[in-house]
Design a protein. Sequence first.
Length: 335
Amino acid sequence: MDLITLQNFLDNSSFLLLFLTMLIYWAGAAFPSLSGLPTLGTTGVAIANLSMATLLGARWLEAGYFPLSNLYESLFFLAWGVTAIHLVAEQMSRSALVGVVTTPVAMGITAFAALTLPPEMQTSAPLVPALKSNWLMMHVSVMMLSYATLMVGSVLAIAFLVVTRNQDIELKGSSVGTGSYRDKLGRELLNNNHKQPSVNVAQSNGRGGTAVLESVAIESEPVTLSPQRLSLADTLDNVSYRIIGLGFPLLTIGIIAGAVWANEAWGSYWSWDPKETWALITWLVFAAYLHARITKGWQGRKPAILAASGFVVVWVCYLGVNLLGKGLHSYGWFF
């Protein structure tokens, strides 16, 4: 079996596995009584991860360099990273619901790489001189792993926002607690939901008709989150924080390694290239998130909104700047 045939088999298999696994996770979320679906979903993600690792390894052996030289290879490396971090997040959360939001991301990436890119963009090609360096593996691989990790953390934050929609949650406390946070989350939601709105009613004081404002409570039906949703919100918030806490150091190391490589290749550590600028913006967004969580002790929707915006920022940094304009990083078909 030649490389092209093996590549076509593995990339299409990865896409199909992730598509089926996504449906399995969604079915498991819709029908919790089907106890065998979470294990089946985890197995599907693991097999897809191995398929993508085999694909990248085969291209590495064939081309003789680390397979991160064009968009096709970087997309599959990103999808491999997302599935790997998914397995970590699922183990941390002990919940198969993580796959409900992570598998669509991985499936979409593989679909774009395997089904959308033209054949000439999927084939290996000799490295351009600027990429013939050991820094290719040291810098680019760490950056791609950081993108994958931050994407998973961000989509978990988006899921948290969906679970706690229409709820005003502003909490401060330990960012790594579980039981104590769940108790505070439940108390905060119950307090917010049971507050009765009031209106000011003008009444006569009986002496000359002077109006006096009195507050009159209006009865309203309390809207409370079920214990299951409270537990799920707690898990999503905690795991999202931990995963972003893992991705941020990777991003920092990748940026530092890139600066050293840039000094070697171009004689300057920082050139304000579009990719460098957006890498700095990405770093600042997640630095602000971690600062709010660690220093300020924020939890709940406010930091989750910041983390969710990071999902868009990561995609702009990874792909958007290359499509919008050329820069020093425009090697290998928009990579």
